[in-house]
Design a protein around this ligand. Structure first.
Ligand code: MCU
Length: 429
């Protein structure tokens, strides 16, 4: 009898230690939308052409970062350049955001500069039961995401219709939806940044609700195809997202922009720019040739680091640019490695069913494992890279930089300005 008790106590102890280890290994999302909000942003940048991927570790002033804490302000530079040249501006939290969270839905009301807009999202609780508050995955758009597996894994599903925030089918000079009601129909911000802004406002409301139904510190995002482009933008531009899972996102999603013109059958940049106003108006200067862009999508992958990222792609449909997608993942993974978080990025394009946005059996287990690791904090599966040989890019063909060994210490660049020679202080926590 006594031995049995000992076994029970020992098992409980081991489980507790396991949970603590898992907790330490998977970084929590940030408490704020943008940790680099106070960093200096580059003014005018000289755009020099290079067919290779720009060095994600080299700052606009020419210095390479040397410490992990330097990444905060380097990420802020990448974010600014991504907005300026690719996505358009994603404004920060408006003056007033209010709303409600219930077990069946979320409402969002926004007022800024005297303009008001509202939208809502559905909520479906996990099928595992319990009382909550629950982790949740924001599902962008209505198809291609495995909501049954998400709910069975223990996370709620937030059904977000991004078209209410940024409508498709409008000309660039008359954009519509809640975002454009607030910021104007001629805003140069593209739909993806508008959708990302809308998701951030949903998170604001969850935060303000005090966590009685949903947890603001255990949120993921997913979506397929155009909504995979959207899910990628949501996760890249809001550091409160703990787990980003874009599916088959194609051009204007994960794939490197520089790779698309040379990838046979891939959706051309002019088409990704013109089919819908997904990208910002400023991207028109790069549709013919992306080589002067100061960033590329590998750096937007890096914006997600060190948070959880699970990129799913389909090599059977040429239009989806999976070869360029693999290069973005491999290049972005170098940022994860430099930050000591190489196990937090996964990529999977080795799939059997070539149907676009199909329900895929092979993604179920990794999807569940990612939810356990980054949202529930009950697992610690290593990242996986399963690149289909049908569309396998080679990072070495695309870079002329190497990955630095970043120190753990304080930054060697002054967060308020250029490089410093003397002693430095760490950025405010
Ligand atoms: C991959 O996402 C898009 C693609 O960019 C478009 O060209 C095509 O029309 O639609 C795809 C999509 O959203 O399919 C559902």
């Amino acid at each position: 009898m006594r031995t049995r008790w000992l076994v029970v106590v020992l098992a409980a102890l081991l489980a507790a230690i396991g949970a603590v280890v898992a907790l330490g290994a998977s970084p929590a999302a940030a408490a704020v939308e943008d940790e680099g909000a106070g960093c200096p942003v580059p003014g005018s940048v000289s755009l020099t052409a290079t067919s290779r991927l720009p060095d994600p570790f080299r700052t606009v002033d020419g210095a390479r970062i040397t410490s992990k804490s330097d990444w905060r302000c380097r990420r802020a530079e990448i974010k600014e350049l991504a907005e300026r040249y690719v996505y358009g501006d994603k404004p920060s939290k408006p003056a007033s955001v209010t709303g409600t969270v219930s077990s069946s839905g979320i409402t969002v009301n926004v007022t800024h500069n005297g303009r008001t807009a509202s939208f809502s999202a559905g909520v479906q609780l996990p099928t595992t039961g319990g009382t909550g508050p629950f982790p949740a995955v924001i599902v962008v758009g209505g198809f291609g995401a495995d909501t049954a597996t998400i709910r069975a894994a223990g996370a709620a599903v937030i059904s977000y219709d991004p078209l209410a925030v940024g409508r498709e089918g409008t000309p660039r000079n008359n954009k519509q939806g809640a975002f454009y009601t607030v910021y104007g129909a001629t805003s140069s911000t593209g739909l993806l940044a508008a959708w990302a802004w809308g998701a951030s406002r949903i998170i604001d409301v969850i935060e303000q609700s005090g966590g009685s139904v949903l947890r603001a510190d255990a949120l993921g995002v997913t979506g397929c195809s155009r909504y995979g482009k959207g899910a990628f933008a949501v996760g890249a531009f809001d550091q409160r997202i703990a787990l980003t899972m874009p599916i088959e996102s194609g051009s204007a999603g994960v794939p490197i922009l520089r790779g698309i013109p040379g990838e046979s059958g891939a959706q051309p940049l002019s088409s990704a720019y013109g089919e819908q106003p997904w990208l910002g108006d400023a991207f028109s200067a790069f549709t013919g040739n992306p080589n002067t862009l100061p960033i590329d999508m590998h750096s937007v992958v890096g914006m997600v680091a060190p948070r959880g990222l699970f990129i799913m792609e389909n090599p059977a449909v040429d239009w989806l640019a999976a070869r360029s997608g693999s290069v973005a993942a491999l290049g972005g993974a170098e940022v994860y490695k430099a930050l000591g978080a190489g196990a937090n990025i996964s990529y999977w394009s080795d799939v059997r069913d070539g149907t676009h946005c199909a329900s895929r059996a092979e993604w179920r287990t990794p999807l569940q494992q990612h939810i356990q690791k980054f949202l529930l904090k009950t697992g610690n599966a290593a990242g996986v890279f399963r690149i289909s040989s049908r569309k396998a890019g080679n990072l070495a063909d695309w870079r002329d930089w190497q990955t630095p060994t970043l120190t753990d210490g304080p930054p060697t660049t002054d967060p308020t300005g250029g490089p410093t020679g003397g002693p430095t202080t760490p950025p405010p926590a």
